[in-house]
Ligand binder design. Sequence first.
Ligand code: G16
Length: 543
Amino acid sequence: MTIDVVSTQPIEGQKPGTSGLRKKTRTFMEPNYLENFIQSIFNAIGGVEGKSFVVGGDGRYFNAEAIQTILKMAAANGAKKAIVGQNGLLSTPSASHLIRLNKTDGGLILSASHNPGGIDEDFGLKFNIQNGGPAPESVTDAMIEQTRTLQSYAILRAPDVALGQIGSQSLGDMSIEIVDPVADYLVLMQKLFDFDKIRALFASGFTMRFDAMHAVTGPYAKAILEGALGAAEGTVVNGVPKEDFGGGHPDPNPVWAKPLMDLMMSDASPDFGAASDGDGDRNMIVARGLYVTPSDSLAVLAANAHLAPGYTSGLKGIARSMPTSAASDRVAAKLGIEAYETPTGWKFFGNLLDAGMATICGEESAGTGSDHVREKDGLWAILLWLNILAERNMSAADILADHWQTFGRDYYSRHDYEAVPADAAGQLMNDLRAKLADLPDQNFAGQTVKRADEFSYHDPVDHSVSHNQGLRIFFESDARAVFRLSGTGTEGATLRLYLEQYAPRGTDHGRDTQQALQSVRDAAREISGLTERLGRDAPDVMT
Ligand code: G16
């Protein structure tokens, strides 16, 4: 077989964001676009000679074609082995697990996560390192450097790999192992959770609806929930992965998972509802009649994790991203363990998990996970909830009410202004940054500012510093507003406004969330001039 060394030129804008490189699918399909980025990854990690990798993706449009290119380039660059999910499918957490289990040198994960898929929608590629987690900034910086100077890439001229065929194949001198995407992941879940207890819960008549949103978790959920745990057939809906996710946004939130929300708010509601996203790392939890915010879910899971076999010895620490509510900090304080606050992006949890400083991590963006892998893990969170429900013998809504009674409630919502002009959003952030120092003691919409700053993270493990991670305004009333530009959008800019208001123990915990947040929202809008600057009266999405 022949190796072609193809000359190329640097392509602008190949800068990984919050989670790898995400662009329009057509951009990825442009000549040399994908190849340049793959070669830049390989060069940035010091070449791939003799190395092994996991390769898989969420099955979106262009997934299989891109995998063929990755494999041919890995072979041409001297890689020793690739472990690939059958038909190119691997959920992000199961890819992370396979990297760790097989001690590979990393993995290439193809996904634009919760973004829609299709030729006119989004595509993405990211590299995960040996610990199974997303490459840290030191590595992504090296990739960016490579994309700016790249002159050529190498690719093997060879027939396509048979991605559907489980077992060993070879491609040039590289061996390829096509694996069942679910098998090893299921074994891991069986170690962490009490499957007998959860099976007994389902056998007793407990009902659930899991919406796989036509994305990658369908086969996993069917095998685990309906298979190993005996949930009724039909518990998993939209369970066959589609290239375009059925035309929807595979984003598990009340807006994009509306049919599930509607069911859970109706008289026909099952006992428990859940959904996962495009690549299976996000989750949404819905109790009968009650949406559980990701921040609350993290806090409840942390407070009850000891009930599951994998966590009986307790937690070492709890980590959350900065915009996530303080609910989990309250749990950490009660448990007498450390609470960590990191920038948005799962990659920032990697060091804490590797160092044994944190056991459970979570983000307001529907991500929860633990030290079992180095990615957030949607099904893991759902199984931990099920394990807790089976142990506590209470409804999910009662568990939440009990949690608030113990810790108080952090009312929380994220308001997204999507595809706004990048310059207007940038200007808003710059102007707000410039006035942070003057805000303390001023009044806005009935809220008095206590302090305001721009968040920087000092990693306690490798001592790296990440600046410009969001503008925070804290109010005297125990409220907070955070402004941040998304790092995962592919069109214009997405401005995220994160709102939070604490209601202490013994106060009213039954208010409507948006009403409870109205005054901090008004204050945030007034301070930033958001409505006029963006020309938007209301956010596109509220989670
Ligand atoms: C990614 C990251 C998460 C992050 C989220 C939102 O999630 O892995 O850590 O919280 O994006 O990021 P942003 O606010 O910058 O858009 P996913 O599920 O898209 O991989």
